[in-house]
Design a protein around this ligand. Structure first.
Ligand code: NAI
Length: 403
């Protein structure tokens, strides 16, 4: 059984790595020549712990190519291309549609599996668009950046959405070796599992962020509140207040589900509130600066952490990006430090100065804002850090500094 993968991003490469580790022959194609050139040299286009080792140790080395037809001619083709937000909040499916067209031209009748996150109904729409000449199924991916390979190798669950029982069998057999819960259902339901899961996780974040705001107003300790709640296993221990959810998935998936609800006259009231709370939370650090420093023009702000979460160098929709944009717009200058993010932030904001370490970022700064909960920041004491910025203002919505 050969595995084709379209898209060499986080999901495509984790998929390729996990099937290669299980002994399958894998061909991974991407339309981005720089990405493929790097991969052919044995390098990754982004940081992901352990991924290179899995590629290096594969019994059959993964073949990386710009020629998508090679991937489409495999027994099973996983579509792992991006599904960003369109202007109206819906999922932009143009990459998925292009991949399907490519696949049907290269290999009519191919088994085309959507690992990309796509709105419910997409598998059927793609199947109809190619007039049934692809056998389309959905197999949503639940990996987390920062532990992508491990999650792909040891998933929390495998969800297979297939309207064709033969395709369901092929896919179930592919995951035979993984000892994890397997849900086999129709495509519409599988696609919904992914959106509902991400929306629920985003809801947890907005919920605890709203409780954090209330705790602050009444003088309660939100970390202790979260801990106390987490002992109830119906709630669980992973409630973590912060500057709002970001990254390449939650914001766009929440928007897409809200949009979908609108198109079928089922307004998603909870999820709309989740998005609103998140927008407010993402403005909080900036508002705090304004409140304490007044006019931000000419002020220098130190930022600790740029990635949307620790363990990755991904800054797509990161809270730090929104924050820096607000500060630069107000005339402030930024000195930032992140253990992994370098060129990507300069490409986005050429005036941002990058410090070689956390302490150096404080040099000449008027205030410090902590945007990512990298563990190295836990070594610093809140009280000490306040003395190293001229205004004494430290905004730590991640609660990483020692109190
Ligand atoms: P990405 O942006 O890192 O990678 C997508 C890749 O697809 C790019 O390298 C792009 O050049 C390539 N591509 C575009 N059109 C192509 C085509 N026709 N043929 C071959 N390659 C093509 O995206 P990422 O983060 O891997 O996400 C992919 C999908 O998986 C999205 O739908 C996302 O929502 C979903 N997802 C992402 C997760 C994450 O943590 N990043 C987790 C679970 C799902």
């Amino acid at each position: 059984m050969t595995i084709g993968v379209l898209g060499a991003g986080y999901v495509g490469l984790a998929t390729a790595a996990s099937f290669a580790a299980r002994g399958f022959a894998v061909i991974c194609a991407d339309v981005n020549p720089e990405r493929i050139a790097l991969l052919k040299q044995g390098e990754l286009p982004f940081f992901e712990e352990g991924m290179l080792d899995v590629f290096r140790e594969a019994a059959i080395p993964v073949s990386f190519t710009l020629d998508s037809t090679l991937a489409c001619k495999c027994d099973v083709v996983f579509c792992c291309v991006g599904t960003p937000s369109a202007a109206d909040g819906s999922a932009d499916l143009s990459f998925v549609q292009a991949a399907a067209t490519m696949c049907v031209e290269a290999m009519p009748g191919a088994i085309f599996i959507l690992k990309s996150t796509v709105p419910p109904g997409t598998s059927r729409a793609i199947r109809d668009a190619v007039r049934g000449r692809l056998r389309v199924a959905a197999n949503p991916e639940f990996l987390r950046e920062g532990s992508a390979v491990n999650d792909a190798l040891h998933p929390s669950r495998v969800v297979i959405g297939a309207d064709d029982p033969d395709v369901a069998t092929v896919l179930s057999n592919l995951y035979q070796q993984t000892d994890v819960p397997l849900l086999v259902t129709d495509t519409m339901t599988a696609e919904m599992v992914k959106y509902a899961s991400n929306s629920f996780l985003a809801t947890k974040i907005s919920f605890i962020n709203e409780i954090a705001a209330l705790c602050e107003a009444v003088g309660a300790d939100v970390l202790a509140v979260a801990k106390g709640m987490g002992f109830d296993d119906r709630i669980g221990p992973n409630l973590q207040p912060g500057p709002g959810y970001g990254g390449s998935c939650f914001p766009k998936d929440v928007r897409a589900l809200i949009h979908l609800g609108g198109t079928v006259q089922v307004p998603l009231k909870v999820l709309s509130a989740v998005a609103t709370v998140n927008e407010e939370r993402q403005r909080l650090s900036f508002d705090r600066l304004g409140k304490h420093l007044g006019d931000l023009a000419g002020k220098r702000i130190a930022v600790w952490g740029l990635a949307f979460k620790p363990g990755t160098d991904d800054i797509r929709d990161a809270p730090a990006v929104a924050f820096i944009e607000q500060c630069l717009g107000a005339g402030a200058s930024i000195t930032a430090y992140d253990p992994l993010v370098r060129e990507a932030i300069i490409k986005k904001f050429p005036t941002v100065r990058l410090a070689p370490n956390a302490v150096a970022a404080l040099d000449g700064a008027d205030a410090l804002v902590v945007m990512t909960d990298w563990s190295e920041f836990r070594a610093y004491r809140y009280a000490d850090v306040t003395t190293q910025v001229s205004s004494g203002l430290v905004v730590d919505l991640r609660f990483v500094l020692q109190r």
